[in-house]
Design a protein around this ligand. Structure first.
Ligand SMILES: Cc1cc2nc3c(=O)[nH]c(=O)nc-3n(C[C@H](O)[C@H](O)[C@H](O)COP(=O)(O)OP(=O)(O)OC[C@H]3O[C@@H](n4cnc5c(N)ncnc54)[C@H](O)[C@@H]3O)c2cc1C
Length: 377
């Protein structure tokens, strides 16, 4: 019997079960699609298990103003997603959006930060939202534990954080609850179109679906051309250090320091070119730790309990790629950095567009066609 003759006909096959694929699958199930998620599996390199868990807005979109609007919209939809997940699968993802800080440890850093924000807000058509440059005494009102080296920082009231591992778990539980089929250990190796359906092959198994969504992180680079799409990626390494638990002292997340709902403090996160997740660069860990201790001296008394290196899913220009194939209508690619921040946008806005078979004007700036322009230029 051919594998394709099994009961494998779905409305949508989502390739990749990380935070992006899981959010899209959840959003599709929510509006009535019958979904299968094919996932390479738990041992795959997953940004979704290695991230810093910020739901972050400030200055995102420098160089692409539409990304700022998309990020703000997702941050504003996040409470809806968190509430829905709590109701449906009884898991609290610990969303907190009290606002967040970039800290400056010198006048020069503060001036650089102010210039970045100025350039950001001066972009034509950019979503405007409040960001403030605060001096040390003003920062101290929010973050009383700062050390003497802190000269100030920037604050944005839209910033926040979650427990991203609980988010990952909650999305998968919600997908299962919707009746979606999750196939771990199914690395997709080929996709083609047979009549009106896509045939998605993973090992000896073939599933058929009316639509296919490529949400396989950096692997989208290789999968996209199978359906006439393109996803140029430039993966990046990032390193994170985690301390032992301590009683709550940090009410507001800082872009590189946040206290988790469980009491640990996460410090990070660096950026290095490369795709090798193995090993840790101790020099980087030491820079991360030393800046963190200068920011909050009390961290110097805590033991480090964990440290890891992860690979960021990163489109070549740093901005999301959302596109439907012209040659293979019904095939979509969805890939981005900041899959935690954008989870609500993916589930509640982008997935319904995919369900309807058309990406709306709102996301047209994220087409991969922008890379054609860059190549010609
Ligand atoms: C150090 C670090 C810090 C970060 N901090 C933040 C942050 O604070 N806030 C934020 O919003 N984002 C952050 N991110 C980014 C965020 O984690 C990612 O954007 C998000 O996890 C990407 O999810 P993904 O599903 O695209 O990719 P991944 O999690 O990498 O998942 C890809 C999935 O595709 C599957 N796959 C691959 N190839 C195939 C195939 N051929 N067939 C089937 N399945 C396949 C894999 O098994 C995997 O499950 C951070 C990332 C890192 C590394």
């Amino acid at each position: 019997m051919s594998n394709a003759l099994r009961n494998d006909d779905f409305d949508v096959a989502v390739v990749g079960g990380g935070l992006v694929g899981a959010a899209i699958a959840y959003g599709l199930g929510r509006v009535g699609s019958r979904v299968v998620v094919l996932d390479e599996g738990d041992m795959a390199i997953r940004a979704s298990r290695a991230n810093f868990a910020l739901v972050w807005v400030q200055s995102k979109g420098l160089g692409m103003p539409e990304y700022a609007g998309w990020t703000v919209a997702s941050a504003k939809k996040w409470p809806t997603l968190a509430d829905e997940l709590k109701r449906e699968v009884k898991l609290d993802v610990h969303l907190q959006q009290p606002g967040g800080f970039h800290i400056a440890l010198s006048e020069e850093e503060l001036e650089r930060r102010a210039n970045t924000l100025k350039r950001f807000h001066n972009q034509a058509g950019v979503a405007q939202y409040p960001t403030e440059i605060l001096r040390r005494d003003q920062v101290m009102k929010y973050l009383p534990e700062i050390g003497p080296d802190v000269v100030g920082g920037s604050y944005c009231p839209l910033d926040g954080h979650v427990n991203s591992l609980k988010l990952f778990r909650a999305l998968h539980a919600a997908i299962a609850g919707q009746g979606a089929t999750y196939l771990p250990g199914h690395a997709v190796s080929a996709i083609d179109r047979g009549g009106r359906a896509f045939r998605v092959r993973a090992g000896s198994r073939t599933v058929t679906a009316g639509k296919v969504v490529l949400a396989a992180g950096n692997a989208n680079r290789h999968l996209a051309p199978m359906v006439g799409l393109k996803a140029p990626m430039k993966p990046e390494r990032g390193q994170i250090v985690v301390t032992e638990r301590v009683k709550p002292f940090l009410k507001y997340p800082v872009v590189t320091i946040r206290q988790t709902d469980e009491g640990t403090v996460m410090l990070g996160d660096s950026k290095e070119e490369g795709t090798d997740p193995a090993g840790l660069n101790l020099e980087i860990s030491s820079v991360i730790a030393s800046r963190a201790v200068r920011t909050f001296p009390l961290l110097g008394k805590l033991n480090v309990v964990r440290s890891w290196r992860g690979i960021r899913v990163m489109p070549a220009d740093g901005f999301p790629i959302y596109e439907q194939s012209e040659t293979h209508p019904g095939a979509f690619v969805v890939t981005c950095h900041s899959g935690v921040t954008l989870a609500a946008g993916h589930a509640l806005t982008l997935a319904p567009m995919i369900h309807a078979g058309r990406l709306a004007e709102e996301v047209s700036a994220f087409s991969a066609r922008r890379f054609d322009v860059q190549e010609v230029a």
